[in-house]
Design a protein around this ligand. Structure first.
Ligand SMILES: *[C@@H]1O[C@H](CO)[C@@H](O)[C@H](O)[C@H]1NC(C)=O
Ligand SMILES: *[C@@H]1O[C@H](CO)[C@@H](O)[C@H](O)[C@H]1NC(C)=O
Ligand SMILES: *[C@@H]1O[C@H](CO)[C@@H](O)[C@H](O)[C@H]1NC(C)=O
Ligand SMILES: *[C@@H]1O[C@H](CO)[C@@H](O)[C@H](O)[C@H]1NC(C)=O
Length: 457
């Protein structure tokens, strides 16, 4: 009897200990040890959306700062030429009308792009919130401008299409008086964090249950100022999204590339060797701005082949690719962005087999030489027992000489989108030679090609 009771107590104690051990503590060692929910690595491709009051001047999402703080001549001239004297940044607010914002239409475009997640700026450094934030009085999308909950409308439209819903959130706000005074106090006071940053993060999580938080605006203050580790411990242990939530690495000065969920390091991060942890490259279709720019020219927009080059490179090296569009103040995704996104989607329909849920292979990329002595770069991924080979230069003689994969007698080679097996040979001098199919117009239109190798090592 006594023995049984003791055993019961011991079991209880052990259970208690393991339950405790499963909880994350508010320090980086514990938080960094959390395995990333698998949906994120499998997704590979996402769309970033920079939208806010900056879509009204439509010059750059940093408009307010360059105009007000930097007094940048380009910005002051633009204001003098286009707006009456005394016009303030807040005066742009009512003009942010979102008159044609149709979240279902956006979701349809994002679905057609093949994106598996979308990250919307819930609030950029200007502080304007795209949801009715309690702590952003008269500077949110319900009080000023659209009079709609832009965040709240997008989530369900995306989820209906099985697209994960992510929210970008800027910790700092350039001109918030509490932030300015905390900064003047060398971040020894936390008035802004207490009144604004933390309540808004909790509000976003509790209200919209996002799958991803893309934190930003961290760099002026340490994570201890932001209470970032305390927030993340709550997010991972007790929040309504604790099992699925994914976060990035921008949670305080010096954090990027070091701590957090996955690494973004810096904008447009695109390493050339395999990083140790899951990472993401974010970049933007308009090469000069994240927010919509009314003077954008077509030659300033990333081309199909540039997009695919980034996507394939990033995925081969284990990353995710987050490609940005900046909608207009009316809520329109401009046709040139839409066209690019639809192209990526049409490519992924055929080639996505080697992208989604793939893993880096033992060799991620290599330069191979053709019989004409030209260099061709190929990238590799793997999934199940197949190895996928990506290339964007078609060899003149139609033969691809691979050096890393070793064929066996069971080797089968196909090109995604082409029904027949391809002829291959193993040549003692030239190695593994694959004879590509004739370059038909349909194949040429694909712009970037994928071979599937089975039975190689
Ligand atoms: C918003 O503020 C009201 C009044 O202060 C409060 O009752 C409510 O709980 C707040 N809502 C959120 C989501 O914080
Ligand atoms: C902040 O730091 C600077 C430089 O170390 C110092 O001169 C200033 O007095 C500090 N301000 C406060 C409010 O502590
Ligand atoms: C930040 O965390 C510390 C330690 O838990 C706590 O004392 C402080 O009140 C928190 N600050 C805010 C603004 O939540
Ligand atoms: C091919 O690339 C390799 C490595 O980058 C380089 O050493 C070689 O000179 C290149 N060959 C040609 C023909 O461009």
């Amino acid at each position: 009897m006594a023995g049984a009771v003791q055993l019961g107590l011991l079991t209880l104690l052990l259970l208690g200990a393991s339950a405790l051990a499963d909880r994350y503590t508010p320090d980086w060692e514990s938080l960094d040890s959390r395995p990333l929910p698998t949906w994120y690595d499998e997704a590979k491709f996402g769309v970033f959306v920079h939208w806010g009051v900056y879509a009204v001047p439509a010059w750059s999402e940093w408009f307010w700062y360059f105009w007000e703080t930097e007094k940048d001549v380009e910005y002051t001239t633009y204001m003098r030429q286009n707006y009456p004297p005394g016009f303030s940044y807040a005066d742009f607010g009512p003009q942010f009308g979102a008159k044609f914002y149709n979240p279902k239409k956006w979701a349809e475009i994002f679905e057609a792009s093949g994106a598996r997640y979308v990250v919307l700026t819930s609030k950029h450094h200007e502080g304007y919130t795209l949801w009715p934030s309690n702590t952003s009085w008269n500077w949110n999308s319900m009080d000023v401008g659209p009079h709609r909950d832009l965040v709240g409308e997008l989530g369900p439209a995306l989820r209906e299409k099985n697209i994960h819903f992510g929210l970008y959130h800027s910790l700092m706000e350039w001109f918030h008086p509490f932030y300015i005074s905390d900064k003047e106090n060398n971040f020894t006071t936390q008035n802004f964090v207490k009144a604004k940053a933390l309540p808004e993060l909790h509000d976003l999580v509790n209200r919209y249950k996002p799958d991803l938080i893309w934190s930003d605006g961290e760099w002026e203050a340490p994570d201890t100022y932001w209470n970032a580790t305390e927030f993340l411990a709550w997010l991972y242990n007790d929040s309504p999204v604790k099992d699925k939530i994914v976060v990035n690495d921008r949670w305080g000065m010096g954090n990027p590339c070091n701590h957090g969920g996955y690494l973004t390091c810096h904008d447009r991060y695109r390493p050339d060797t395999l990083p140790k942890r899951k990472w993401e490259m974010c970049t933007t279709l308009d090469k000069y701005s994240w927010g919509y720019r009314r003077t954008m020219e077509s030659r300033q927009v990333r081309t199909d082949i540039q997009i695919l080059s980034d996507l394939v490179h990033v995925v081969a090296l284990g990353g995710n690719y987050l490609l940005n569009v900046g909608p207009t103040k009316d809520g329109i995704i401009s046709p040139i962005f839409e066209e690019r996104l639809r192209f990526v989607g049409s490519w992924l329909k055929i080639n996505g087999e080697g992208i989604y849920a793939s893993r880096p292979w033992r060799v991620q990329m290599e330069n191979i030489t053709t019989t004409e002595n030209n260099n061709i770069t190929v990238w590799y991924t793997t999934k199940e027992s197949a190895v996928y080979v990506f290339f964007k230069t078609w060899p003149e003689d139609g033969d691809l000489h691979l050096t890393s994969p070793v064929p066996t007698e069971n080797t089968k080679v196909t090109m995604l989108g082409v029904p027949d097996f391809l002829v291959w040979s193993a040549d003692p001098l030239y190695g593994f030679i694959i004879t590509l199919p004739p370059l038909s117009p349909a194949i040429a239109n694909m712009k970037f090609w994928t071979l599937k190798l089975q039975g190689v090592y």
